[in-house]
Design a protein around this ligand. Structure first.
Ligand SMILES: Cc1cc2nc3c(=O)[nH]c(=O)nc-3n(C[C@H](O)[C@H](O)[C@H](O)COP(=O)(O)OP(=O)(O)OC[C@H]3O[C@@H](n4cnc5c(N)ncnc54)[C@H](O)[C@@H]3O)c2cc1C
Length: 375
């Protein structure tokens, strides 16, 4: 039986980022994936690095989001240098496009939310927005420019991360997923895999929306899949530079000229069907924002499964089993939060302290809520 300092269940961006970070700390790490690593949510994503909270209810994400944005450039440099792959990082910012009077009325509230969060936001007139992005519809009433927003090619980044981790000595195993946690008394001794046991001082559950299927993990990682359908468009005549957001959808430009349009949020179990209704909504939204996209070639369609949680917040940190850690449930923010997730897990494993408060994301919160409901 093989023994490691750390064993990670799941080789998506989160598991791979944690593995690379721990390898940099000098630890012997292995990642086990149920299939070829990096082909689930991390592959399907839009790749936006957007620290803006989607609502005040998601405000508790802000400190870790800002901490993640701060370490992102170092994180990318490390992956690009070790893997030799560019990851398509773009720091052009995002534009919230406002098309109706109703949306214009929300500008002061949105600016206040950004101001209170320490994020840059600037209200633009329709004409100013149009000057920044001439492909936009002439219907535009105004926009909010968010300079803190960035994006990358999540597929290249995830592949680069896996490659970098391997070059740093991490062992990565495909088609050998975790069947269950290996628990003895109050300690986690490692994982029971499809092909035998693996022992480790620390075990990290990072299997995205599949985490709850690992026997013993459900209590700490009650994640469910939230399907997102996406389309990649290409049109020689259309260039956009910012991530464009409207009420209904977003458009994200890539360095190779593709424009990624998304996304639905659907709770359909583990189904990944691309549907007519999903495509209709996304394409109609894309054309209403950038009319010339009506002539775009559809290069690819796909659907991925975000790991969602009962409160839509990630699940990060230690459990009441010695040696067992959870890093999943990143829902719509796993690309944004990968660097800080890796950093916090490394800090805990090496010093049992963390530099950013992660208590709101504790894997113990679901049990505590259950107990207080039954008390
Ligand atoms: C359409 C869409 C758009 C998105 N857009 C954005 C965005 O713009 N910005 C952003 O920040 N986030 C975005 N997200 C969210 C982000 O992609 C996810 O939060 C993130 O990729 C989750 O990474 P992960 O490694 O936890 O999960 P995954 O990438 O799903 O990886 C989980 C891995 O675990 C493996 N696995 C499964 N079962 C087992 C097992 N039993 N044992 C071991 N391994 C197992 C899987 O094979 C897989 O490789 C988006 C997601 C989707 C679907």
């Amino acid at each position: 039986m093989k023994t490691y300092d750390v064993t990670v269940a799941g080789g998506g961006l989160i598991g791979a980022s944690i593995a690379l970070e721990l390898a940099f700390a000098g630890l012997k790490v292995a990642v086990f994936d149920a299939q070829k690593p990096g082909r689930e949510a991390s592959w399907a994503s839009a790749g936006m690095i957007s620290p803006t909270p989607e609502s005040t209810a998601m405000g508790s994400l802000l400190p870790i989001s800002l901490a993640s944005v701060a370490v992102y450039p170092t994180f990318i440099r490390r992956v690009e240098e070790l893997s030799g792959r560019p990851v398509g990082y773009r720091k052009d910012g995002g534009l919230d496009i406002l098309l109706t009077e109703e949306e214009m009325k929300r500008v002061p509230e949105t600016l206040a939310l950004h101001g209170a969060s320490g994020l840059q936001a600037e209200a633009l007139s329709g004409a100013q927005a149009y000057k920044l992005e001439p492909a936009l519809t002439a219907e535009i009433r105004g926009a909010i420019l968010r300079r803190d927003e960035a994006s990358l090619d999540n597929r290249s980044f995830t592949e680069g991360m896996l490659e970098a981790a391997q070059r740093k000595g991490v062992e990565i195993y495909s088609n050998n997923g975790a069947k269950s946690l290996w628990l003895e008394g109050r300690a986690c001794k490692g994982l029971r895999l499809e092909n035998g046991l693996v022992a480790a001082r620390w075990t990290v559950i990072a299997a995205g929306c599949f985490s709850a299927r690992i026997d013993g993990a459900l209590t700490y990682a009650p994640v469910v899949p939230a399907k997102g359908q996406m389309v990649a468009l290409h049109c020689e005549d259309v260039q956009i530079n910012h991530d464009l957001w409207s009420n209904h959808m977003y458009l994200v430009p890539r360095n190779d000229g593709r424009i990624i349009a998304g996304a639905t949020v659907e709770y359909e179990g583990f189904d990944r069907t691309v549907t007519a209704a999903g495509m209709k909504g996304i394409l109609a939204g894309a054309i209403s924002l950038v009319p010339a996209l009506a002539k775009a070639r559809i290069e690819e369609t796909w659907a991925g499964l975000r790991p969602d949680t009962p409160d839509h917040l990630p699940i990060l940190g230690p459990t009441d089993y010695e040696g067992l850690l959870v890093a999943t449930g990143h829902f719509r923010s796993g690309i944004l939060l990968a660097p800080i997730t890796a950093q916090l897990i490394r800090e805990w494993v090496t010093t049992q302290k963390v530099s950013v408060d992660w208590s709101p994301f504790s894997p113990m919160r679901f049990q505590e809520r259950q107990q207080s409901r039954t008390a």
